[in-house]
Design a protein around this ligand. Structure first.
Ligand code: CA
Length: 407
């Protein structure tokens, strides 16, 4: 009897231990992604704000999920079924938290995921860039009676850059240019004609208009660099309220276009009483230009860059990855600078180049122990040292703003 009791106690203890163990594993790993997906569905349906999804994802460690790097239109459709599964959606959320995807991109992915819409990635014959062009042109013609010819033979296709990351279509007979940029989950299409400009997203055969500018008389659009600057400020205070960007500052304007530069302009803005803030607006001198706006705060380290189209659309420009070997220049001198020799980045022009990270010794505490090792950095831009808005570095090129570093 005594033996039986002790046996039963042992079984009970064992089952409790096992039960407790299984229970703990289950509750520590399973509900978190499920809760995250539930919130993601609400955001996709437009009933919950994106900020809440970010908060929850950070809380449950959403960034630990393995992802495939960028490189094609649908890097997240890992099983090739042309749709986004729950797992794939989680990896998209993880990439977004890391800053590899913009809010716009993750929102589009969320919509495609909850609607279970085919992505159009593995069926290029049906939904290639020229299809995106034709869908957008048909939309614009129907809505605005622009009369752009749509027969395919009229369009001349060329790649915008060597890697053919974007396509430009020009019209044989008319003055129309259509630019199609594949952006992971959609095509960004810009239609530019005589004093008319249209911006939109095309995905899964659908069109989402982003903006429209019509400068045909009599409705001439009044849109200048100050309007572009103010739209960027408005966008930042809405999307990144923690930046504390001043809304009603009295900005002082200075032209800082480098000497000898023609065809484009660069302006710098500072505000009395808001010492840490600098804004730069640059643009080509053409009718209806696209403005590039950079906003930095030297005290807090805040940085934002984006494009402001004459249609009033603000498009944030996300960070990109540079991977390389940590290296140092001018060691021991006052201009000691830390950076990397680039082994991989999205932009071929930087392959094999040395790029400083921030100014002089700013990154020394972080990089000194990693000398000779490979790291990845998420940067906003690469520029020539000592030029307006760039860094002070012994490297010829440098990245003044960095969002993250990974060993
Ligand atoms: Ca899939």
């Amino acid at each position: 009897m005594r033996k039986l009791i002790s046996f039963m106690v042992a079984v009970l203890a064992l089952s409790l231990a096992l039960g407790g163990c299984i229970g703990q594993d289950w509750f520590s790993s399973r509900p978190a992604p499920a809760q995250l997906l539930e919130r993601a569905r609400e955001v996709g349906r437009g009933v919950a704000p994106l900020a809440e999804l970010r908060g929850l994802a950070l809380q449950v460690g959403g960034t630990g999920i393995e992802i495939k790097g960028p490189g094609n239109l649908c890097p997240f459709d890992t099983d090739g079924d042309d749709k986004l599964s729950d797992e794939e959606m989680l990896s998209i959320i993880a990439a977004w938290i890391k800053g590899e995807l913009t809010d716009e991109e993750v929102l589009t992915a969320l919509r495609l995921w909850i609607e279970e819409t085919p992505l159009g990635c593995y069926d290029y014959g049906f939904f290639g860039p020229e299809d995106a062009r034709d869908i957008a042109v048909t939309y614009v013609n129907t809505l605005y009676e622009t009369g752009i010819h749509t027969w395919p033979g009229c369009w001349l296709e060329e790649c915008v850059d060597v890697l053919c990351r974007a396509y430009k279509y020009t019209h044989g007979d008319q003055d129309w240019t259509v630019t199609v940029v594949p952006v992971r989950f959609y095509y960004l299409v810009t239609i530019r004609g005589p004093l008319v400009l249209w911006d939109g997203k095309v995905y899964a055969g659908k069109v989402e208009e982003l903006g429209w500018a019509d400068a045909r008389p009599p409705s001439v659009v009044e849109f200048d660099r100050l309007a572009a600057r103010d739209l960027a400020i408005e966008y930042i205070s809405e999307h990144e309220p923690s930046s504390g960007i001043p809304q009603d500052a009295d900005w002082r304007e200075e032209e800082v276009t480098p000497p000898g530069v023609v065809g484009s302009a660069l302006y710098r803005y500072t505000a009395a009483g808001f010492g840490g803030w600098r804004i730069w607006v640059s643009y080509p001198i053409v009718p209806l230009p696209e403005y590039r706006v950079e906003v930095a705060n030297f005290v807090t380290g805040f940085y934002w860059q984006g494009a402001v189209r004459p249609t009033g659309v603000v498009e944030p420009i996300p960070t990109f990855i540079i991977e390389g070997i940590v290296t140092v220049k001018a060691r021991g001198s006052r201009s000691e600078s830390w950076g990397i020799r680039v082994t991989y980045t999205w932009y071929p022009e930087y392959h094999g180049k040395e790029v400083g990270l921030k100014s002089y010794t700013e990154m020394k505490p972080k990089l000194e122990k990693l000398e000779g090792k490979k790291i990845r950095a998420w940067v906003y831009k690469i520029c020539r040292s000592f030029t307006e808005g760039c860094c002070a570095s012994a490297f010829e090129l440098c990245a003044p703003y960095i969002s993250a570093i990974e060993e």
